[in-house]
Design a protein around this ligand. Structure first.
Ligand code: ZN
Length: 255
């Protein structure tokens, strides 16, 4: 190892700051999250495999798939959310235990169980990237674990399109109801009847959602951005962005 003389770089003299200048605070407009894009208000029914969706939901799902694809790079992502992963669509009452959330528009369930090698394994590492992609695209979305919805219910991602004009009341309640997404809850009540915190962080709000009347809410229904700085856009943005900008940190609580 050769010792080298290091000449320290002199720090520039600090520029004197006028203490007499009057600082006028500027009101910042809410930061728009990168990726926000309003879906088309097209309620044409489309058939995807054996399921029904409206075009608005399907386009939002396609957009979520694009966001999710960022995580997978050039490889196909392991969960095909616009096709084989769909395990329940909208306009459907065929699956027990959905409490009518799928009875009208905007609702979709997605499997996170591998159908390829190795088969029937739960793709836990895909869950959070998928939830984020679905939320940025415009869904209230949560992972539902085995037995979480009713005894023996399958594990899946349940997603409800925000501001879909054909939502059932039950689906709408999961967005802005008392135990809903916009209030930072899971959309499901615990067995003792209490709300459960959203396990994926707070809601992601885009300007188009606000324009449609969907704003993050506190428990008493007021605008939470004005009350709780922890759910402020800036915090939200810095939490979400690295998911898309850098390879995912390895490991999830389920690993
Ligand atoms: Zn569902």
């Amino acid at each position: 190892m050769v010792n080298r003389m290091v000449t320290p770089t002199p720090f520039p003299n600090p520029t004197p700051v006028s203490t007499t200048a009057i600082f006028t605070p500027t009101a910042f407009p809410p930061l728009e999250l990168a990726g926000c894009k309003a879906p088309p208000e097209d309620y044409t029914i489309v058939h995807v495999d054996k399921w029904l969706l409206n075009q608005r939901t399907y386009v939002t799902l396609q957009y979520a798939a694009k966001l999710y694809q960022v995580k997978c790079g050039p490889e196909p992502c392991p969960v095909d959310i616009t096709g084989s992963a769909i395990t329940q669509g909208s306009y459907s009452n065929t699956v027990l235990g959905s409490f009518d959330t799928h009875a009208c528009g905007g609702a979709v369930d997605l499997s996170v169980i591998s159908q390829t090698n190795p088969r029937y394994t739960v793709l836990y590492n895909e869950i959070e990237p998928l939830i984020h992609a679905l939320r940025v695209a415009g869904f209230a979305a949560w992972f539902r674990d085995l037995g979480e919805v009713y005894p023996g219910s399958p594990l899946h991602i349940h997603a409800v399109a925000i501001a879909d004009k054909q939502l059932s009341q039950a689906a709408r309640d999961q967005i802005d109801g008392l135990s809903g997404y916009l209030r930072g809850y899971s959309g499901l009540l615990a067995k003792n009847g209490t709300e459960q915190p959203d396990p994926h962080g707070g809601p992601i709000i885009c300007q188009w959602m606000r324009d449609a009347g969907y704003e993050a809410l506190s428990q008493d229904g007021r605008n939470s951005w004005l009350i709780d700085p922890l759910t402020d856009w800036h915090t939200e943005l810095s939490t979400i962005s690295p998911t898309y900008l850098a390879p995912l940190a390895e490991g999830t609580p389920h690993d």
